[in-house]
Unconditional design. Sequence first.
Length: 510
Amino acid sequence: MTRSTAHHALSRSGTVTGTHDQILRQLLSFFSVEDRKAARASADRLYACLCEQGTKKGGIVLVAYGGGKDSSYTLAFMRAVQLLFKEMRGWPFSLRSATNRHAGMPRAVMENIHRAYLALGMYQDPDCELLMIDGNAVRPFRVDAPQADAVVARNRADILMTGHRTAADARPTFCNACNLSMANAFGIAASHGAGADLIVTGDSAREQRAYTAWIHRLSRQVPQRAERRNGHGFPAVLGALDDVAKAYFRDIHGDGERATEPEHGVASRVPTGLRFFSIYGETSYDAGSHWSLLTEHLGFVFDDLAFSFTESDCANPALMAHLRGLKAEHLFGRDYREGLREYVDFALRLMEQKEFPQQLIDVMADRYAAPGSHEVLREKVNSFARDAYGLQERHLVCMVHAPFAAGGKGLERCLRNQAPHLLPHQSAVHALLRAPAAGGDAGVPEGDRGLWRELEDLSGLAPGQLQTLYAADMLPSLVLSILAGDPHKGPIRTRHSSDGPEVTEIISGR
């Protein structure tokens, strides 16, 4: 990959050398004339916003930085705004960059974040605050920090329990819990320390209003806390999301400890004057408009696993494609490649709808069209699922069958296909699943432990989780409501058996 000779100016210690002026001039050299004007206009407007907030000097501006291509440009743009602001006003505001880390974020994404911080001279700047949020824990960003075991376990349980309730529908399985976690991280980052004054967004005012209205519509379907009913502004939006999160995870996980973990809520105790600062009207943050800035100056790498269709900060969309292949193979009796192709065609259309640069669409199309690509993908994604979540392919296949929910409606089909040696014990399995909740091995009769271990090995779920699924309906109403308002879905033509008729199916994903 090409890099400009000016890129990074790194010392042996890994820090950026040079003054703010040098960092700014180097950064602006990758901006178009229009973007330089936009950065200056944003610096002026941000000054007016801080003054309206009563912040005459200083102030904290929050950027949520997921490590993807769009948020990388947003960070670079706001770094330019920060340095121009100081140049124009003689005093700085503090730029707080917060990364919500989850198990689906590969090492390549952390490295993209690290290179961006180096290129923008942020590590050693006291006016920059670089945070990493693992669950509810806040710490300084470290590229080599290991994933927190508790976060991995939580993400794994969320995926499996949602996937079994939705027959592995891609979007709710991988995105619902993750999106609520991101909202929680927003609240945590905004309230950390002295609290933020402004949060940067690329959404227009109309989009913000529509999103807020959608959240409040969702929250009216769930129990509301008394203290939220008279709230307003961003704290009220986070409070509504907290109510939604609590109801969602209670439905998915039952009434056990997993559902009531603090990390399964949304932090809403943020500064009451917190406001959004939109850059929507001043700059376009799509990758095609800033290719040289991303790849040459920020050192952004479109990693094979991390760059999956519409995402460049998460490997979960590759898992979504894999699940469609598994569904074709194990549920419909067709070829894995056919299911994979169905998802690829759907995801490429999503990329076009999102106006991705043609070069990125071509990269993705070529990746899946290459001979033997399905075998390479299957191996890579299975390896990622094992490393990131501790999931084996048999766990994903079991999730596709969704054998336990709704009183074990799909159990016989799953056992026939995946564990035929358990078919003679089907009645005993049903009896175990509808019995009083099993509290670990200590609460399981000796004679049942072997059968429980077989079910755990098949599904990746503990006895109590399997019993929660057995007592629950498929497709929870709140999941359906979330999916109804989500644009990341569309029709495909498919067959639900090897020799069946072609039908239209709506699928979701990223």
